[in-house]
Write a protein that binds this ligand. Sequence first.
Ligand code: ZN
Length: 92
Amino acid sequence: MTPWELKIRKAENGYTLSWLDETDDGLPIPRQAVVQEDEQHENPEAQAAADMLWQVLEFFNILGSKHDKHRVRVKIEHGHGYECTGCEVCKE
Ligand SMILES: [Zn+2]
């Protein structure tokens, strides 16, 4: 059975995701995933938040496919009023 409950905890440099999985014998087993800020990224905080949200979509199996009419994406973008003259995020 797929677990449908996820706990997200903010850590100093990222997030910890934890949930209760089940072994083949049906016994509960705790699982954990860590999302860390990548200090090489231009905006590590935004990158970690986006990574964490991607994992949430993946966890609940709601990533969708490229053939879907609509699907949820996670994207880092500039504020409407910000005029970028070129940055790492725009290049992605
Ligand atoms: Zn930019």
